[in-house]
Design a protein around this ligand. Structure first.
Ligand code: ADP
Length: 470
């Protein structure tokens, strides 16, 4: 998954957000549990302090302070319960009772500093003791029936609560990554599911070219944004299709309409160029105009061919035939043109190579490629035409040792009206449409055409098309 994909970014943000929320919730839980446990302990300590006051201090004058220790031991057993009890008289600050060291030796009561008498009648304090222990002590001010004030302190170690909180934090720390992992995997699955139609729409959109503009994108029927998007895109493709068909029709109609007047013009100019009644200058002018008109006719013919190919009329005469044979005869026919420039055409076409398509159109491919090879190869050059069958494909190559094409121009040679440099050729016929026609015919036949070229060394065009399946 690419780090720039929507799925990745959604899952990342979602996981970060949930990590933040989970961490905040877990922290809140930890602190609230801690506070609750401590409050609960303070409340229970206060209850004990009240019980001590009521049972030991109410009749202290009658029972006597010296009996206090025995009674406290009898009723509350602070040592065996690991509790701390201390009773202080306010009038002289005398400690009249302190519980002994607990049986588990958890703390030493002698180390517990006295809590002050304060205006509050009850309060709790945490007291740090040696050995990293904390004692929670709740103090209660008690006034006996004989108006004597006492401070009753009741305490216990906070360590079990701390241990419980430590256990809780460990569980939360282990649970957090697990919860985030589950949520992330679940989120990723949901996002992938939600965005799966986008993948289908993208793949379908990539398959749509000018040749299949009547194809449409899949519509999910989910009533969501993606359904609306694919419907809108389909409407856009339909509008593009209309505009494209209009432009094809316009070029086809325009070139068709131009053919007749151009034929008449050519005929007229031909007869003028040969008309002995006209002076030499006028005949030469007519001959020059005739050349221009012929060039114009060729362009119109090429535009007409391209518009028909764009309209999908490439394979009107589809049949299976031997491409090697077709290439051989075409090369023989073009040999005359090559010989004029002292160029030799060698044809390597041994075995029959059967393909399926329109032979007239495919002949045009061979003609255009050979024509270019002759045009852009200097005198006494050599052209090789090779046809062979390789791995279920027919390979047709036209290689010359001519002027070649620069690396900057190479990617553009199949574009319409692209010419590398008119000054390179003494020929003024080309309009930059020959290779566009080759490309269109190849595409219509499911073939690929590519070119490699080294300036001043030569050029090789290669057509690869599927062999005919019996
Ligand atoms: P044109 O009809 O002008 O030749 P093409 O579409 O056939 O147009 O070719 C486009 C350009 O590619 C040409 O202008 C030419 O410079 C270059 N080109 C095509 N074939 C060759 C070749 N075999 N050697 C060198 N240049 C070539």
């Amino acid at each position: 998954m690419s780090s720039r994909s929507i799925s990745f970014r959604l899952v990342l943000w979602y996981s970060l957000l949930l990590t933040g929320i989970f961490t905040a919730l877990f922290a809140l839980l930890y602190f609230n549990v801690g506070r609750f446990l401590q409050n609960d302990m303070s409340t229970s300590q206060l209850r004990h302090a009240q019980q001590i006051s009521n049972s030991l201090l109410t009749n202290i004058r009658l029972t006597g302070e010296d009996k206090l220790a025995a009674k406290a031991k009898e009723f509350f057993e602070p040592e065996s319960n690991d509790r701390f009890i201390r009773i202080t008289r306010e009038s002289d600050g005398k400690v009249i009772y302190t519980s002994g060291t607990p049986t588990d030796d958890g703390f030493n009561p002698a180390n517990v500093p006295a809590l002050p008498f304060s205006p509050e009648t009850e309060y709790s304090r945490q007291i740090k003791l040696p050995g990293d222990k904390t004692l929670l002590v709740t103090a209660l001010k008690y006034t006996s029936p004989d108006h004597q004030d006492y401070l009753v302190e009741f305490g216990a170690l906070l360590d079990p609560v701390k241990a419980m909180l430590n256990h809780l934090i460990l569980q939360l720390a282990l649970g957090l990554p697990l919860a985030i992992a589950i949520v992330t995997v679940g989120g990723y699955w949901l996002v992938r599911r939600a965005l799966a139609p986008v993948e289908q729409i993208t793949r379908a959109a990539e398959r749509i070219t000018q040749h299949n503009l009547n194809d449409r994108l899949p519509v999910t029927n989910t009533g969501d944004e993606l359904e609306r998007l694919s419907i809108s895109l389909n409407r856009m493709i339909a509008r593009l299709d209309d505009a494209f068909q209009n432009s094809i029709r316009f070029v086809a109609d325009a070139s068709h309409e131009l053919r007749t007047p151009l034929t008449i013009l050519r005929g007229e100019l031909e007869s003028m160029a040969e008309d002995g009644r006209l002076g030499t200058e006028w005949r030469e002018r007519a001959a020059s105009l005739l050349e221009e008109t012929e060039q114009l006719s060729r362009i119109v013919e090429q535009l007409f061919t391209l518009s028909r190919l764009d309209a999908g009329e490439a394979q009107s005469d589809c049949s299976s035939f031997d491409l090697a044979e077709l290439a051989r005869t075409t090369a023989e026919q073009m040999n005359l043109l090559a010989e004029d420039k002292g160029i030799s055409i060698t044809c390597e076409a041994g075995q029959p190579v059967t393909v399926e398509g329109d032979p007239t159109r495919l002949k045009q491919v061979v003609v255009n490629l050979l024509d270019n090879a002759i045009k852009y190869t200097s005198k006494n050059g050599a052209i090789q035409l090779r046809i062979r069958a390789v791995n279920g494909h027919a390979i047709l190559e036209v290689e010359d040792n001519g002027i070649g094409i620069s690396a900057e121009a190479l990617p553009h040679v199949f574009e319409r009206f692209f010419r590398v440099d008119q000054a390179r050729s003494d020929d003024s016929e080309g309009a930059g449409l020959g290779l566009s026609i080759v490309k269109s015919i190849c595409t219509a036949h499911g073939a690929e055409v590519d070119v490699v070229s080294v300036p001043q060394m030569g050029t090789r065009f290669r057509v690869k098309m599927p062999l005919h399946k019996n």
